[in-house]
Design a binder for this molecule. Structure first.
Ligand SMILES: Cc1cc2nc3c(=O)[nH]c(=O)nc-3n(C[C@H](O)[C@H](O)[C@H](O)COP(=O)(O)O)c2cc1C
Length: 188
């Protein structure tokens, strides 16, 4: 069965809500894990959790999530990303599908830079980036309202999630799982 692992950091809970929505979409297709990075797992600046690393190594797809803080991913997410370097030389994540999501309080608060960072992280690992195929501004349901094709960008000034951002997140989760499933069957 196709497995999708969603790993994210959230300080005040809005990224966590997006992660849950992405998980709902992915679980329509395969098995899904949703995991929030905690500060307790960051020791001397590095994320450490062998159980999570083992699960990530097994997944068919990994979806990265973080709030946009100062125009990029949070320090907690970066501690996770830097520690993932231990999988890099052995190509443990090569050919897995990758995607990303983020949120900021501004309509254009440099969220795209966080998604670009995730895509570069995916490239470092030899993963296959999956963007959003909903044309911003041209969708009958209004999804991808902020017009980001790199992944899911959400915006909230008050901590309340826009329903349309959650719908967009569900869509990306399902899309990633479907693509991972298609790739897995092609390799059989
Ligand atoms: C230190 C800090 C930096 C932030 N930088 C940005 C930013 O660059 N762009 C933006 O749109 N929002 C920024 N925000 C707002 C957060 O991205 C926003 O509150 C987000 O919903 C928090 O996600 P969380 O609830 O998952 O922690 C920043 C917030 C903090 C605390």
């Amino acid at each position: 069965m196709t497995s999708v692992f969603i790993v994210y950091h959230s300080a005040t809970g809005t990224t966590a809500k997006l992660a849950e929505a992405i998980g709902e979409g992915a679980s329509e297709v395969g098995s899904t894990s949703v995991y929030g990075i905690t500060g307790e797992e960051i020791i001397s600046g590095r994320f450490q959790n062998e159980t999570i690393w083992a699960k990530l190594d097994q997944a068919d797809a990994i979806i990265f999530g973080s709030p946009t803080f100062m125009g990029g991913p949070s320090a907690q997410f970066k501690a996770f990303a830097d520690a993932s370097g231990d999988r890099w030389s052995d190509r443990k994540w090569a050919d897995k599908v990758a995607a990303g999501f983020t949120i900021g309080s501004n309509l254009n608060g440099d969220q795209c830079n966080t998604l670009i960072y995730f895509s570069v992280l995916a490239a470092q690992h030899g993963m296959i980036w999956c963007g959003l195929d909903i044309p911003g501004g041209y969708d009958s349901l209004g999804r991808n309202r902020l017009g980001t094709q790199m992944g899911v960008t959400a915006q909230s000034a008050d901590g309340q999630l826009s329903e349309i951002d959650l719908v967009t997140a569900r869509y990306l989760g399902k899309r990633v799982a479907q693509i991972a499933k298609r790739l897995a069957s092609a390799h059989e």
